[in-house]
Design a protein around this ligand. Structure first.
Ligand code: HEC
Ligand code: HEC
Length: 652
């Protein structure tokens, strides 16, 4: 794919009109990109000139400086040209190329994180020739970025989107040390990233008079604690987010509004995961003020189909109908099982079984029940991910429902079978017509059925835990153990490098367009004496790339206190056991042979009180109140007496 062409098309579609401030911002950024390139090139040349005289300590110092220069151009990379991200700052692990849906191609990483890994390697001294090669590649990346910026200069809306995303990038990833695992300099360089946002805002000085002074002050105030952070583990991320992170994000939102730049992000999205099928729109809502604003992630974005359109616009009638269907066992082959049988409202719409019970044999209850393959996940935040199921095999909630209907272990039926029964219920036919007026002539279809169910799942409210309310400043106290746990989660214990805020799931900031899977090496059973490695192939079953063997979606950990047992196989019975599993380095740390484990296999060196703090934090992520709908009364089916005894909410 020719990105320059793509960018040009994108710019034309958006009718990008430049403004003097946008031109200024572009000139400033081109200067920064040039500075980055020069830094990399000077380093590369001096390596070539006298390689012996380059001690490791100097390599590390050079890397710090180069990374700080990168942080100043990061907004242009992450938002304006995300296709360049792989060239600059790809995670140092091989990836399956998601552009190639029909063949497996492995991408090898390059850029600053690979450079860091080389310079901090423990087994040998850094390979200077490799360092020089990586630097040459970074020079090439800078050239590419610069030519794109010259070719299609971003307009005001794109610049402010890029700046806002950088705030999100810093708060959701920079604070965790996401891209600096070896050097531990993530906080310091986040300070540099913030300062450069001050330079960006200065390009708009005068256009937002009442705001710019306040914004500049806030940026400065927020960068100081980061620049002064010498203790990575000890930094109080919770208080930082509360006092600086959220207000700063809100200030960017306000400034953008003051400039009259309403809805941004209408350019065709070109991102790493979605390049094959870009989705327009933006996951972060234009009115969000702070990462923990309940409106931060726009659930309608996650409901967009690949063409960028909603299959159905949600309505109260659609949600109400979806709710009744969710609790009605009429949907299953034996009229005894509903969605709510396995997604139980009191368990945050998860279930207390290790794995779901299989479908009851049609011959009656005499035969032993089978067991499903996996644990049923909570549905409360399912609306905020770009992939459904542990193996990410469905994108939209609408797609996911077909898997349940046809699943032999789940509903063991067909859409035609469901339609025939639903059409026999006059109350449902009326409700479908009301919820889907455009289809009123023949409202009961596969599409309207899945749409109603998806609308209900999307309507489940969240973002209301004690942690959220503390971070939003709506309350002034939080259990001290939960506070320490938050800081461990986002810092020393590394949890936040996979479970990203605000959903604490694998949906990746700052664009939140991709939901990731990881290989942890989860044990096959809770048996502590002779545990084996779980044999579920995970994402490999969907796409047979060796890297995906044993890879599972990173789920939200919100409401985890209500969703035991844990993991795709339900084999970790308590939150304490989950934390112990991580503390020893996952499956590889337990001594299993786990090819391609993406979780670091070394011990987290957590004391028992630190492990307790992590559990306290997870418990403080419980929504209060949690929406736990009771089964609504079932509508009668006049012609089908055998359906009269079906249990509301389903049974097991
Ligand atoms: C037999 C129990 C069972 C029934 C009935 C059931 N589910 Fe599930 N559900 C599961 C299991 C198990 C998974 C995980 C399967 C996997 O990932 O392979 C799941 C996954 C999901 C997911 C994906 C969530 C995520 O985070 O990946 C959604 C959404 C969902 N179910 C909604 C529904 C809806 C809506 C219904 C009714 C139409 C339903 N389920 C009926 C057991 C069930
Ligand atoms: C390398 C990425 C990664 C890191 C780091 C990570 N997790 Fe996870 N987490 C996952 C994945 C993937 C799963 C699902 C694994 C599975 O089911 O096989 C998961 C599952 C969980 C679950 C179970 C959720 C459920 O509904 O079953 C909890 C709780 C959890 N993680 C908490 C943590 C904590 C606490 C930490 C830090 C100590 C942490 N995670 C670090 C990726 C990660």
């Amino acid at each position: 794919m020719n990105y320059i062409a793509l960018t040009l098309i994108a710019a034309c579609l958006a009718g990008a009109a430049s403004s003097p401030s946008a031109d200024k911002a572009n000139a400033w950024m081109l200067g920064e990109v040039g500075a980055f390139r020069q830094r990399a090139d000077v380093w590369r040349r001096s390596l070539a000139a006298g390689s012996g005289a380059f001690p490791t300590i100097r390599l590390r110092a050079e890397l710090d400086t180069l990374r700080r220069a990168y942080k100043r151009i990061e907004p242009a990379v992450e938002t304006l040209h995300p296709e360049c991200l792989e060239l600059f700052n790809a995670p140092p692990v091989d990836r399956v190329d998601e552009d190639e849906p029909f063949k497996i191609e492995i991408e090898h990483p390059q850029g600053l994180q690979v450079l860091e890994e080389e310079i901090y390697r423990e087994d040998a001294s850094p390979d200077r020739a490799r360092v020089a090669l990586l630097l040459a590649q970074l020079c090439g990346a800078a050239d590419e970025l610069a030519s794109q910026l010259r070719f299609a200069p971003p307009d005001d809306a794109r610049w402010w989107e890029a700046a806002e995303n950088e705030v999100i990038r810093i708060m959701a990833m920079g604070l965790t040390g996401f891209d600096t695992p070896a050097s531990g300099k993530g906080l310091l360089e986040s300070g540099a990233a913030l300062r450069s946002l001050g330079d960006f805002a200065a390009c708009y000085r005068g256009r937002i008079p009442s705001h710019s002074a306040g914004l500049a002050k806030l940026i400065l105030a927020a960068s100081r604690p980061l620049e002064a952070a010498t203790d990575f583990d000890g930094f109080d991320r919770l208080e930082y987010l509360r006092s600086y992170g959220n207000p700063l994000h809100a200030a960017f939102t306000d400034a953008r509004r003051a400039l009259g730049l309403g809805r941004v992000g209408s350019l065709p999205g070109v991102t790493r995961a979605d390049r094959a099928q870009p989705i327009p729109g933006r996951a972060v809502s234009a009115r969000a003020r702070g990462l923990f604003d309940p409106a931060f992630l726009d659930r309608e974005f996650f409901a967009l189909d690949y063409d960028g359109l909603h299959r159905e616009t949600p309505t109260a009638a659609g949600v109400g109908l979806g709710k009744r269907l969710f609790f009605d066992p009429i949907l299953s082959g034996d009229n005894r099982r509903a969605c709510a049988s396995c997604h139980r409202p009191g368990n945050a719409y998860a279930e207390p079984l290790e794995r779901s019970a299989g479908f009851r044999s049609p011959d009656g209850d005499s035969l032993p029940r089978t067991t499903g393959d996996r644990n049923a996940p909570s549905l409360v935040y399912a609306a905020y991910q770009r992939a459904q199921f542990w193996d990410l095999r469905a994108t939209l909630l609408e797609d996911q429902i077909g898997h349940v209907v046809n699943g032999r272990q789940e509903f063991n039926t067909t859409f035609a079978g469901i339609q025939a029964k639903v059409r026999a219920v006059p109350a449902y036919v009326r409700a479908f017509a009301k919820a889907f007026p455009r289809a009123a002539a023949d409202p009961v279809t596969d599409a309207t059925l899945v749409s109603a169910l998806a609308q209900y799942v999307r309507s489940l409210p969240g973002w209301n835990s004690p942690v959220d309310r503390y971070l939003r400043g709506e309350r002034n106290t939080l259990d001290p153990a939960a506070k320490r746990g938050f800081n461990l989660f986002m810092g020393k214990a590394g949890c936040g490098t996979c479970h990203f805020p605000p959903a604490f799931s694998g949906t990746v900031p700052p664009l939140y367009r991709e939901t990731e899977a990881e290989v942890l090496g989860v044990p096959a059973s809770a048996d502590t004496l002779a545990p084996g490695l779980d044999t579920d192939p995970g994402r490999y079953r969907v796409r047979p790339a060796a890297l995906w063997r044993g890879a599972f979606k990173t789920p939200t950990v919100r409401n985890a206190a209500l969703t035991a047992p844990y993991m795709h196989n339900g084999q970790l019975p308590t939150l304490e056991s989950v934390v112990r599993f991580y503390a020893v380095g996952g499956g590889a740390g337990m001594g299993f042979k786990v090819p391609n484990q993406t979780l670091p296999s070394d011990s987290l060196r957590l004391s028992s009180s630190e492990r307790g703090d992590l559990v306290a934090f997870l418990k403080a992520l419980t929504d209060d109140p949690l929406k736990a709908d009771a089964p609504p009364p079932l509508p009668p089916v006049p012609q089908r007496p055998e359906l009269a005894s079906r249990p509301p909410g389903g049974e097991y």
